[in-house]
Ligand binder design. Structure first.
Ligand code: SAM
Length: 201
């Protein structure tokens, strides 16, 4: 498990994520990986890719890292930290090929909405860190947050919407089966999805 968990970088330290892996490959990031279900399947399906999972809740972070260790997954690293800081301050330019954000905390109370992750400064940072042609896939059960996400992401001229089921997210992209997706589907809640590609300059 010690090989899987990496230390939180210092603020403003631009790190090379590939230094955490034994060999190079396209780097993908999942924000709020929770118990790591998606991360595990993604890593198994794509051993040639290098996956980073960020989770700030200690309990879930440990669970996810332990899960990777139990399955002998070599191409995943996890960090326990704030993903906003990691993307905005630690990741270098053009370092990610894919970004996944599934069921981000919706902060439903009006006075808490400013805590939502996906806002204009974050979108600008994703533009900075994603390579041209890179994929950003988002899924939520929260309609109001989804509308905000669509607005801030699609108002950026660099991102072009693509059909989620044709994006390279999962073999059966209709069923990512993250923990929260399974729970919300059972409750009959709708699931909202957005996939975009960064345009070539
Ligand atoms: C609603 S859960 C979804 C978990 C998982 N993606 C899923 O779909 O089952 C949101 C997760 O994101 C984590 N999280 C929220 N904001 C975060 C942030 N800024 N940095 C890192 N993790 C965050 C929470 O701790 C929580 O585990």
């Amino acid at each position: 498990m010690n090989d899987i968990i990496v230390d939180e970088p210092a603020p403003d330290d631009r790190i090379d994520p590939l230094k955490w892996f034994d060999s190079p490959g396209p780097v993908e990031l999942e924000i709020g990986c929770g118990k790591g279900g998606f991360l595990l399947r993604r890593a198994q399906q794509h051993p040639e890719r290098r996956l980073i999972g960020i989770e700030w809740a200690n309990k879930y972070h440990k669970f996810a890292a332990d899960r990777m260790a139990r399955w002998g997954i070599a191409n995943v690293r996890t960090i326990r930290m704030d993903a906003d800081q990691f993307v905005q301050r630690n990741l270098p330019d053009l370092s990610l090929t894919s970004l996944f954000v599934f069921h981000p905390d919706p902060w439903p109370k009006k006075r808490h909405r400013k805590r939502r992750l996906i806002q204009t400064p974050f979108v600008e940072s994703v533009d900075r860190v994603l390579i041209a042609g890179g994929l950003w896939a988002i899924q939520t059960d929260h309609q109001d947050y989804f509308e905000q996400i669509q607005e801030v992401v699609l108002q950026s001229p660099v991102f072009q919407e693509i059909p989620f089921d044709q994006a390279d997210v999962c073999e059966d992209s209709d069923r990512l089966e993250t923990n929260f997706e399974v729970k919300y589907r059972r409750e009959g809640r709708p699931i909202y999805r957005l996939a975009v590609r960064k345009r070539n300059p």
